[in-house]
Ligand binder design. Structure first.
Ligand SMILES: [Cu+2]
Length: 218
């Protein structure tokens, strides 16, 4: 009886080891990809959108990002300044200011208008086309924000250090695209890269137009 128990115990250990090995193996084939975005002067660039696409394109299943699908109006600004959303997403536009806003976009990726609405009221808009949606307010001319509608789960925005971290990128060849609202030529900067199973770091230099004062120190 005791021997039988021992055998079962050993089998369990072996099974556990096998499961762990398989798990680690699968994980080792996907790794974090870090991208540092800098200006021509070598300054870190925040609010750059970094996208990774694998050959063959579309990934299976719906895309979910860990950040909320929300653009607030607060202190007469859109927050966040840049939001990445999966194509088909519905985005909320809550107004947290004590006065009214009138949010609109003329962008081909989504033309819409949210007529005047006030404090703690909200509106929703669905974004069903890929691309860049530039947001403005009819009342406050210097309010500016951007929504980037994407079809890849491998997307992130650079932080104040110019760094974007994308988790779980499968190892192998990929296209790395970087976009920023103030890119001089307006188009994604696309580069062929190879994502390494051990994690990869890339640095991308972007040529930016001068930014309005409140947005930057590039
Ligand atoms: Cu406004």
């Amino acid at each position: 009886m005791r021997r039988r128990l021992k055998t079962i115990g050993a089998l369990r250990v072996a099974l556990l080891a096998a499961v762990l090995t398989l798990g680690l193996g699968a994980r080792a084939r996907a790794a974090d990809l870090k991208v540092l975005v800098v200006s021509a002067r070598g300054q870190p660039v925040s609010d750059a959108v970094v996208l990774v696409r694998r050959p063959g394109g579309g990934e299976a299943g719906p895309i979910h990002f860990p950040w909320p699908m929300v653009v607030e109006q607060r202190d007469m600004q859109f927050r966040p300044f840049v939001l990445i959303v999966p194509v088909g997403s519905e985005v909320s536009f809550p107004n947290h200011d004590p006065f009214k806003h009138h949010v609109y976009s003329f962008s081909p990726a989504k033309t819409f208008e949210l007529k005047l609405y006030g404090h703690d009221d909200t509106r929703r808009v669905r974004f069903d086309r890929l691309g860049v949606v530039s947001l403005g307010c009819n009342i406050h001319d210097d309010m500016s924000g951007f929504i980037r509608v994407v079809d890849t789960p491998y997307a992130a925005k650079t932080d104040v250090h110019g760094e974007a971290l994308i988790h779980g990128v499968p190892a192998g060849p990929a296209k790395l695209a970087v976009w920023h609202p103030y890119l001089r030529d307006g188009h994604d900067l696309v580069r062929d890269v190879t994502a390494s199973a051990g994690g990869s770091t890339f640095t991308v230099t972007v040529d930016l137009k001068p930014a309005p004062m409140r947005h930057g120190n590039y």
